[in-house]
Design a protein around this ligand. Structure first.
Ligand SMILES: [Zn+2]
Ligand SMILES: [Zn+2]
Length: 314
């Protein structure tokens, strides 16, 4: 593993705040793009197939189902203008993943997704999970969703997780799009999503124009991207003792940014090296880097809703 320490001061290499967009909501075709990237990654590279190619291919089909569900999502209740203002005033996320009372329509999304999956060519174990979830009652699904959104994964079945997470993502992306970017303000904690308060899945260092070299964090739930200066821990916001790790023989497109103050790390995707990268997909495709970071004693600062840390699903 290669490691390097950066000594640039935060903000030194970036456009002044105020000239750059602080927040970008997920694009309307977010899941289509993710599906394409997952499919591409599932095929492996010139060295051969990907070690978790089968799982990445399953998630590509799942992301296609998410896009279809998003395209046909009916209107769902949203916070009133007064509720939105109150959240902004107190630095709270307007669509808090745990605080917002979920509308049952997210379970309709899950049903749509499961129907799409049932019609796809799946492995026998995946088919069995889809069939089981189709029969699972609303109370149990709500219980799984609550644990998932609280980050309490020890009690969530690793096989249920991707499907339930997929439906919740669609629901949150739709609500955020309905409200629009102006509805959201900055939170006190810069490392949490300004829309829903979730942890990021990874960071992206952008390329081109005003955004050249800027780092945005990507929400694990609603796919919102929000700006955070570089060389700063996204977990504890320390600017000291930040180190970068890459896999040996990699092209440096994905690095783990680690913090010695809070002992966590988050991956950064450098679009300059590969403009096709997508946060959720490329995070999953680089689990080898997580293994190496684990050997250094660092723990993940973010969350990928398609990776259950306590399971051998991949
Ligand atoms: Zn979010
Ligand atoms: Zn830290």
């Amino acid at each position: 593993m290669n490691t390097e320490t950066r000594v640039l001061e935060p903000g030194q290499i970036e456009a002044p705040a105020g000239q750059i967009p602080f927040l970008r909501l997920a694009r309307p075709d977010v899941f289509k793009q993710r599906a394409e990237r997952l499919l591409q990654l599932s095929l492996g590279d010139s060295q051969g197939g990907h070690s978790i190619g089968g799982y990445l291919a399953l998630l590509a089909t799942l992301a296609q189902a998410q896009q279809q569900a998003l395209d046909h999502f009916p209107a769902a209740p949203l916070p009133t203008p007064e509720q939105q203002a109150l959240c902004r005033e107190h630095g709270m996320p307007v669509l808090g993943a745990q605080a917002w009372p979920r509308d049952p329509s997210w379970r309709g999304v899950l049903k749509t997704i499961l129907q799409h999956m049932a019609a796809a060519p799946l492995t026998a174990p995946a088919s069995a999970v889809v069939a089981r979830l189709m029969q699972t009652g609303g109370t149990e699904l709500e219980s799984i969703a609550s644990k998932l959104l609280a980050g309490d994964l020890s009690d969530v079945d690793a096989q249920d997780m991707p499907f339930v997470a997929a439906a919740l993502q669609v629901y949150w992306v739709r609500m955020a799009a309905e409200l629009g970017e102006h509805a959201f303000g900055k939170l006190e904690q810069g490392g949490l999503c300004p829309v829903c308060g979730s942890h990021p899945v990874a960071g992206i260092v952008r390329v081109g124009g005003m955004e050249q070299g800027l780092r945005y964090l990507c929400c694990s739930l609603c796919a919102t991207e929000w700006h955070m200066v570089r060389i700063k821990c996204s977990n504890c916001e320390s600017t000291h003792k930040i180190n970068y790790y890459t896999l040996e023989n990699s092209n440096g497109a994905v690095k783990a940014e680690s913090c010695n103050d809070c002992n966590t790390y988050l991956k950064l995707l450098y679009l300059e090296k590969d403009s096709q990268m997508e946060a959720v997909a490329d995070d999953l495709a680089t689990l080898a880097l997580d293994v190496l970071m684990g050997e250094t004693g660092k723990v993940r600062g973010g969350l990928n809703l398609f990776f259950h840390p306590g399971s051998a699903q991949v």
